[in-house]
Design a protein around this ligand. Structure first.
Ligand code: AMP
Length: 124
């Protein structure tokens, strides 16, 4: 069910539980700022979720309230992950869903990194 992407952060959302180690994930990358792990229902041969370690409800929240350094580090990490996964040669897609119309389901800001093969024309 889609969320609004606004309002207070829900500490019980599934990505908060993953960050606390209460629910397992298949990590592909971690640094001071982000954790990246495989999407449980991949929509592409490579489908990784990149999440900030700090609590932001959506891109709306992240883009308004995160310090500039954190925004830069999260975006730089996304590029580094795509590079490390070997996605640069043939390209990839990086998207975020924010709020009800987008179908955002998990109320913790995340980037979807998809690649590993030709992707359907956007939007899917
Ligand atoms: P969104 O619709 O943009 O909020 O995307 C949420 C994504 O989280 C979906 O692609 C789900 O497949 C994925 N997802 C949900 N639960 C898990 C989980 N426990 N581990 C990994 N990915 C998950």
């Amino acid at each position: 069910m889609a969320v609004t992407g606004k309002g207070p952060y829900d500490q019980q959302n599934i990505f908060a539980k993953i960050l606390r180690g209460e629910i397992p994930c298949k990590p592909v990358f971690e640094n001071e700022w982000v954790l990246a792990f495989e999407d449980i229902a991949p929509k592409a041969p490579v489908h990784v979720l990149i999440i900030p370690k700090k609590p932001y409800v959506s891109f709306m929240d992240f883009s308004k309230t995160a310090p500039a350094e954190e925004i830069a580090e999260v975006m730089r990490s996304a590029g580094q992950i795509a590079h490390t996964l070997g996605l640069e040669e043939n390209g990839y897609r990086l998207i975020t869903n924010a709020g009800t119309n987008s179908g955002q389901e998990v109320p913790h800001f995340h980037l979807h990194l998809m690649g590993g093969g030709p992707l359907p024309a956007f939007p899917q």
